[in-house]
Design a protein around this ligand. Sequence first.
Ligand SMILES: CC(=O)SCCNC(=O)CCNC(=O)[C@H](O)C(C)(C)COP(=O)(O)OP(=O)(O)OC[C@H]1O[C@@H](n2cnc3c(N)ncnc32)[C@H](O)[C@@H]1OP(=O)(O)O
Ligand SMILES: CC(=O)C(=O)O
Length: 583
Amino acid sequence: MTSPDRSVPPVVPTRSGPAPRRSPLGDAFHVFDTTLRDGAQREGITYSVTDKLAVAGLLDELGVGFIEGGWPGAMPKDTEFFARVAAGELSLRTAQLVAFGSTRKAGRRVQDDRQVQALLDSQAPVVTLVAKSDVRHVEHALRTTLEENLAMVSDTVRHLVEHGRRVFLDGEHFFDGYRADRDYGLRVAEAAVAAGADVVVLCDTNGGMLPMGVHRVVTEVAERGGFRIGIHCQDDTGCAVANTVAAVEAGATHVQCTANGYGERAGNADLFAVVGNLVTKLDLPVLPPDGLVEMVRVSHALAELANIAPNTHQAYVGSSAFAHKAGLHASAIKVDPELYNHLDPAVVGNDMHILITEMAGRASVELKARELGVELADRPDVVERVVDTVKQREATGWSYEAADASFELLLHDAIAAADPDAAAARPGDPTKDRGFRVESYRVIVDSTPGATGVAEAGGDTAAAGSVPVVNSEATVKVWVGGTRVIATAEGNGPVHALDSALRQAVVGRYPELEKVELTDYKVRILAGSAGTDSITRVLVSSAWNGREWTTVGVHPNVVEASWQALVDAMVWAVTRPHPAAAP
Ligand SMILES: CC(=O)SCCNC(=O)CCNC(=O)[C@H](O)C(C)(C)COP(=O)(O)OP(=O)(O)OC[C@H]1O[C@@H](n2cnc3c(N)ncnc32)[C@H](O)[C@@H]1OP(=O)(O)O
Ligand SMILES: CC(=O)C(=O)O
C-alpha cells in the first residue's frame, strides 16, 4: 500500500455555475445601485418587469454590490419582479438583491403592517428601510410624535433582522434635519443600529447640499462613531456626484447611486461617475477587476432600456467624453494623449476621437486621418490643404463634425488633388477615384389642381380624397467606368426620386448599393448674412452591413444640398474600404 502523496494539493471541489465575483474591497465598501427604485422615479421612465430583470442583469455584470429592485407591496410590478427573481428567472453573480420599503405605520404593530410583510414576502436577503430623520417631517408629514417615529424605526428593523434580513436604514432628509435639530437624526440612526441595522444612509433627499456641507456633516457623524455610514444624494444642485465623493472622503463606505443619474426630479448621483471617480481618482477598487471596462456598454444598454437617448456628454461614458475639437488640444494629444485626457478612455471602455471643424489645426487633421487609416505625417501640403478647405467651408455653413464620411472623402480628394498624375494612372484606387462622376441631374415636381386621393407610386401618400397628389420625378446623368448612364425614377418626394435615380444609374457597377439604407435625413436652415438668402444644410445618414456613415451638403437650394449629401453617401459606400465584401 502506498501512502498518499502529501505534496499534491487537495482537489478543490468545482462549483456548478460561474464563480461569484467580488470587488477586492468585499463588504468593506458597498456600491449600492438604486436605478430600479429611485431611478424609476424619474419623469418619463416606466420599466416593465422584463426591463427590470434586464437592468438588474446588466448592473450585476458591471459588478455593483447591491441592487435595489423596487418597493414590493407598493406596486404590483415590483412585487412581480421580486417573485420572478425568487423563482430563478435571474441569478446574480456579484450583487445582492435589495427590497425597499418604509417603516411600519404610526400607531400600528409591525406584525400587522402589510407593507412590512411584503418586504419579507419578497425574499430579498437585504432590505432598505426609509425612515424620517428630520423632526419637521415626523411632526408635519407623518403627523406623529418623535418617540413614536423612533419606535417605528426600531420595531421594523428588529422585526426584519429577526426574520433573517440584513437591514440598511435610509435616513430621509438627514442633512436638512441635521441643520434643524442635529441630535434627532442621530437618535434615529442609533435606534436603527441598536435594533440591528447594518448601515445608516444619510440622505440628501431634497438635493440641496453642496460638497463642503456634506463633508462637514459626514465628518461630524463619523466622529460620533458607532455605525457604518452610507450616502444618498439627489442632484438638485448638480452636485450629487461631488457630494457622494465628499462623503466618502469624510468616511462613508456605502454609496447609493443610479445608472446615468436617473432619479426623482433632477436625478441622483450617476453610478458611472461615482464609481469612475472612486476607482480611478481615490484608488478604491470598489468593483471587481473586470467591472470598470464595462461602464460604457452597460451605461448605453441601460439608457436603451430606460428609453432615454444616452447623454453624449456624460462623464466617463458619454460618446463625447473623450472627443477633442480644439486644434491646440489635438496638437498636444499628438505628442501624448495623456496631456489632454484625465485618464485612458480604454480603462472605462470608451474611445478618444478627434473632431474636425473650423477649430481644427494641422494636428487635428493628422490625427483624424490616422483614425481613418491614412498617414499624413510626411504630407504637410495635404494637411494644410485640408485645414484650409475645412475652415473655409465651415465659414459658409458646412459642418464636418457630424459628417465623418464627407470629411473622409474631402481628405481623399485632397490627396488626389496633390498628386493628379498618380490619380490618372490609378483610376481604380479608391483614394484617387470617386467611383462615378455626375454630369447633371433634374427633378420635376408636379401637381394637377383638383386631383386628390391616395397617391400612386411616385406621388405623396395621402388619405383618400384629402390632399392634392404631388408627383416627383428625377433624371440623373452620370459617368460610370467610362460609360454615360441616364436613369429616371419616381419618388415620394424630390429627394427620394433623386436617390432612386442615382442608385439605378450606378447599381449595375456597384450592386451593393441596393442594400444601402438611408436611415436619417436632417435639414437645418442657417440664417444668411444680412440681406442674403438663408443657407440649407442637409445631413444624410446611411447604413449598410453594420456600418453607419453621415454626409453633408450645403446650398441655398434644399434640393442641391440634399443631392450633395446623397452623392457623398453613395461615393463613400462604393469607394471606402469597409466590410462591403461581406454579403
Ligand atoms: C424619498 C423617497 O423617494 S422614498 C421612495 C418614495 N417612493 C414612492 O413613494 C413610490 C411608491 N409609493 C407608493 O406606491 C405609495 O405611495 C405607497 C403604496 C407607498 C403608499 O400609498 P398610500 O397608502 O396610498 O399612501 P400615500 O402615498 O398617500 O401616503 C404615504 C403614507 O405613508 C406614510 N409615510 C411616509 N413615509 C413614511 C415612513 N418613512 N414610515 C412610515 N410611514 C410613512 C405617510 O405619512 C402616509 O401615511 P397616511 O396614509 O397615514 O397619510
Ligand atoms: C431614500 C431616498 O430616496 C431619499 O431620501 O432621497
